[in-house]
Design a protein around this ligand. Structure first.
Ligand code: ZN
Length: 414
């Protein structure tokens, strides 16, 4: 057996002395940690940082949940693995396609490769939409894999998840999909799996419901981080190398009156170029509309007549709150995106602005609190917290959240 395994052009050590844990704390803008630490609400995290380090990393672009979770579990950006949003637009069939099916995945996951060399793998995610992608290529017939979502914990089977009767096992009912409990379920499961299943690799991925609804320092947000700290302490007390990062940050995107701050780009382009000449796609769109009403800071545009791409770019450049307007080639090379799943133009908005399609297409009725969202460059800075010193982390190079497993595994091998 060789000492290393090559996964998506990186060499990982095969033999692990500890469990390598990555926690992806969805939407965890660094200020959530900072404010909770300042008030001494996270004693376990404080201790963990004293023995390790609190670094900052960039997320993959777009700074959305699925592309970044998949980047984290493949160790590469979406130009390599292909998942660049919740949706992409298939211009051949004129359909908007959900990208949560593994058939859209273009690279093996770190889990899949470690499973092949006999490792034990455990994966717990809050929302079920990610589970199929996270568990791609894994088999459940030899008791070496457990993977499930908190959202559908009551539907897990030995055949498909490697575990059943989860709710009685963890002594928790199925949590509401719009609640803190969904993330707590993930963390509690992680601790129990460490004690009982003893995986070599553990991935825990929470949901950003709280972060979408409450700013850093808010009492509800602080309570979330107090909860998180308790489980962090339990995990850190075990024989683990753990990295805590986020899939993306989170910024306030509302006007003073509390209504969402958005440029409705489809309406704007219809007016300038005529109806059906351009198609604005928002890859943040997903079934969980209560979080963000499908308003994020990233959009891609398909143009009917390719001769007018430059004119459309020029027209969008007049909107001061859209900061990035690039053609497909430039954007894909600059931000490591898969060009065949992106439109002719890629746009990102300014810090407190979102991009919508047509105003009438957005159902904003369910947004109770002022909009907080993500997707662009202003939400790509994320915490990267390591529970021990790892000398291989090079401070002179840009660190990415999708380096998390690389360093967690390296740390666990030492
Ligand atoms: Zn997210």
């Amino acid at each position: 057996m060789t000492a290393n395994i090559n996964i998506n052009k990186k060499d990982y050590p095969i033999s692990l002395k500890k469990t390598a844990i990555v926690v992806c704390l969805d939407g965890s803008q660094k200020e959530y940690f900072d404010q909770a630490l300042e008030k001494n609400l996270m004693p376990n995290l404080k201790k963990l940082i004293q023995n390790g380090s609190y670094l900052l990393a960039h997320s993959a672009i777009p700074s959305f949940t699925n592309p970044n979770n998949i980047s984290i579990i493949t160790g590469q950006p979406s130009s390599i693995h292909g998942i660049c949003g919740n949706f992409f637009y298939n211009s051949d069939t004129n359909e908007e396609v959900m990208m949560n099916d593994p058939k859209y995945l273009r690279a093996p996951t770190i889990f899949e490769k470690y499973y092949e060399v006999n490792a034990r793998i455990a994966i717990v995610t809050a929302k079920d939409k990610l589970l199929k992608l996270l568990g791609n290529g894994l088999k459940y017939d030899d008791q070496r894999v457990i993977s499930f979502s908190a959202e559908k914990s009551d539907q897990a089977t030995l055949l498909e998840n490697g575990i059943e009767n989860i709710n009685s096992w963890i002594e928790r009912p199925v949590p509401n999909v719009y609640s803190q409990d969904l993330s707590e379920f993930v963390m509690a499961s992680g601790v129990k799996l460490m004690k009982e299943f003893k995986p070599n690799i553990l991935y825990l991925s929470t949901t950003d419901y709280i972060q979408h609804k409450y700013p850093p320092g808010h009492e509800v947000a602080n309570n979330f981080y107090i909860m998180f700290d308790k489980y962090l302490g339990e995990l850190n007390a075990m024989n683990v190398t753990m990295i805590i990062t986020a899939d993306h940050g989170m910024k306030p995107k509302s006007k003073n009156d509390g209504s969402p701050n958005a440029v409705f780009l489809q309406d704007y382009l219809d007016k300038a170029f005529g109806k059906d000449e351009t198609k604005v796609i928002l890859p943040i769109t997903d079934p969980y509309v209560v979080h963000h009403g499908a308003l994020g800071s990233f959009a891609t545009i398909y143009i009917n007549n390719k001769n007018i791409i430059n004119s459309v770019i020029k027209e969008i450049n007049k909107i001061k709150d859209i900061e990035v307007v690039l053609n497909n080639l430039e954007a894909c090379s600059m931000y490591n995106l898969p060009s065949d799943r992106m439109g002719d133009i890629i746009c990102m908005s300014s810090e407190y602005m979102t991009i919508g399609s047509s105003e009438k297409k957005h159902n904003l009725r369910d947004l109770k609190e002022p909009l907080r969202s993500h997707g662009g460059l202003h939400e790509r800075e994320v915490p990267f917290i390591v529970n021990k010193k790892i000398k291989e982390i090079d401070n002179t190079k840009q660190l990415y959240n999708y380096d998390a497993f690389y360093y967690a595994i390296l740390g666990a091998s030492q």
